[in-house]
Write a protein that binds this ligand. Structure first.
Ligand SMILES: Cc1cc2nc3c(=O)[nH]c(=O)nc-3n(C[C@H](O)[C@H](O)[C@H](O)COP(=O)(O)OP(=O)(O)OC[C@H]3O[C@@H](n4cnc5c(N)ncnc54)[C@H](O)[C@@H]3O)c2cc1C
Length: 532
């Protein structure tokens, strides 16, 4: 009589196969486990990455496998060093919120505000969400017009509007934070139309095209669930009485509120000045500034994939470099890489120009760009004021605007000329940049504490990837990597120190940065929300 089989779930790590070979995970797993009397019931990919460090390029999987096997075979499987028992995590619904006397208000329709709203809905509460910028379709038109004619709408642009700052981005969903809520964010994005592969890719991304569609569906869902959206409505004031929030002035309308989630991002500089007046406690924090570098994507592919460059299935290659500048002690690193993307001009104020990058989901432009940024701290800000970092950003952004002909062309220079200190302004023959490049001496745009470490870092990166300098064009300035300000908040209930009931979340709070970590921050704050 055949031995009875027991069903269990295991996690199997480091399963590899050549990227260009046809893969049947069922066959692969059976071969790896080597047990003929094992029935594979279900396989779910937990992680998939590409390993290109060897001669051969491999896809590497971590799998959650439900299998049935007789006791002896199971024993052998469980004794393997690459196997551990594992169960699917069960999601529990968060506790309902009771005893509210007024609807909570959320200011800002970026990842932090939207995920706070999704969580409040799960908890049975229908917030009011106020957003200064426009709905998606109008916003896309406004940004296109900006890149076409240099006409900026200060309320509807790359930073402001439905979806927040990451809407015109590469939609990278990677983060260094460790939180089980990351999986929840990914599952929610898939629920609203994101591709399933973001659940297991080690470098998930959505691209600006997909992220726009997903955000629109999230907003539609929230509207149907009872969230009241006020678009094209800027919060002008936050009313505080005896250290407690009592309401917000939203355009012409005053809205009484006991709880306000402040998810305004770090480009809403007016909000920081307002908070200073309302006696919230603010502190200057370190961030990073520098330039953006662009290469032909084909150059990066060749460097990273070698003979496999251009092979179907590998997509556009990326890179990450870091450098510790021993002369100044500063870190310099590449950041926010957009393979197959575009260098873009961004601004939310006339007279200020910021550089950033975006890509479509397919990452199929002929160009690869990444920020190359240097760490800066309050000691560089030239003042002890909490908002001094903003003043430094502005100073550089105003210089960049002037250098970009005063019409949002992006100041640009061949990386070799920047490193050689060649000065001058040689024409840039080709680039992806929107709206276009204005030849400039970028060394003149940067203070020496950025300029010198950047040059040394580029020389270092060129040793890691020969040709990195010669094939590169630099654009400036990359000044808004994360917030230069922190709004101090209580670590347990997230209320701002000095203004009870005000809950700063996301990038603008200074406690999060990037789409994923801001979304997680929004969820955490909404879960911590308590009427008691
Ligand atoms: C071009 C670009 C590319 C990027 N690429 C990536 C990437 O690939 N991956 C990644 O992780 N991160 C990326 N980022 C960063 C990421 O977008 C931000 O970290 C993230 O959007 C911050 O989320 P948030 O919700 O805290 O704030 P935001 O997304 O900045 O949203 C804040 C919202 O608040 C609104 N608001 C501000 N003030 C007011 C007011 N007074 N009244 C009403 N509404 C107000 C704004 O209009 C805005 O919509 C990119 C950013 C940019 C600009």
């Amino acid at each position: 009589m055949a031995e009875e089989k027991e069903t269990i779930s295991i996690k199997l790590t480091n399963i590899r196969h050549p990227f260009d070979a046809a893969s049947d995970l069922m066959v692969l797993v059976k071969n790896v486990l080597g047990a003929e009397d094992v029935d594979i019931v279900h396989i779910r990919i937990l992680r998939r990455s590409i390993d290109s460090r060897q001669e051969r390029i491999d896809l590497v999987y971590t799998l959650l496998i439900e299998l049935a096997a007789p006791g002896n075979a199971l024993k052998k499987i469980l004794a393997r060093s690459d196997v551990e028992t594992c169960t699917e995590p069960q999601e529990t619904a968060p506790a309902a919120i009771t005893g509210l006397t007024a609807r909570p208000v959320i200011i800002g329709c970026g990842p932090a505000g939207l995920f706070a709203a999704l969580t409040l809905i799960e908890r049975g509460v229908q917030p009011i969400l106020i957003e200064r910028g426009a709905r998606m379709a109008q916003r896309v038109r406004d940004v296109d017009e900006f890149w076409k004619s240099g006409t900026l709408d200060a309320e509807s642009n790359v930073f402001f509007g439905e979806g927040g700052a990451g809407t015109f981005s590469d939609g990278k969903l990677t983060t260094r934070i460790k939180s089980p809520l990351k999986d929840k964010v990914l599952r929610e994005l898939v629920r609203f139309g994101a591709p399933e592969e973001i659940l297991y890719s080690n470098k998930p991304h959505l691209g600006t095209d997909r992220i726009r569609r997903v955000i629109s569906l999230v907003v539609e869902h929230l509207q149907q669930a009872g969230v009241e959206f006020m678009f094209n409505t800027r919060v002008l004031d936050i009313q505080v009485q005896d250290g407690r929030i009592s309401g917000v002035q939203a355009g012409e309308q005053f809205i009484a509120a006991e709880t306000v989630f402040l998810a305004t991002g770090h480009s809403a500089r007016d909000i920081y000045y307002l908070l200073e007046q309302r006696e919230a406690q603010l502190e200057a924090k370190g961030f990073a500034m520098g330039l953006r570098i662009e290469h032909p994507q084909e150059f990066i592919n060749r460097q990273q994939w070698g003979k496999w460059s251009g092979a179907a299935g590998l997509g556009a290659a990326d890179y990450f470099f870091s450098f510790k500048d021993s002369r100044t002690g500063r870190g310099v690193y590449t950041f926010c890489m957009c393979p197959g993307g575009f260098v873009i001009a961004c601004s939310s104020r006339q007279g200020e120009l910021v550089t950033n990058g975006m890509s479509a989901y397919q990452r199929d432009s002929s160009w690869a760009n990444a920020a190359v940024v240097v760490t800066v701290g309050p000691d560089d800000f030239g003042s002890q004021q909490p908002l001094a970092g903003i003043a430094l950003q502005r100073q550089l952004e105003e210089k960049a605007f002037i250098s970009g002909n005063g019409n949002f062309m992006i100041p640009a220079q061949a990386a070799r000329d920047f490193v050689m200190g060649a000065g001058g302004a040689t024409a840039i023959s080709a680039s992806s940049c929107l709206p276009g490049a204005a030849p400039a001496d970028l060394g003149n745009l940067l203070p020496d504490f950025l300029h010198a470490p950047l040059k040394r870092a580029l020389i270092h990166f060129d040793k890691k990837m020969p040709g990195f300098i010669d094939a590169g064009t630099l654009f400036g300035v990359e000044s808004r990597t994360s917030s230069p300000v922190r709004i101090k908040r209580d670590p347990y209930n997230f209320h701002a120190v000095g203004v009870s009931g005000l809950i700063p979340i996301g990038e603008g709070s200074g406690y999060a940065g990037g789409i994923m970590s801001c979304a997680v921050d929004g969820i955490r704050a909404a879960l911590a929300f308590d009427t008691a």
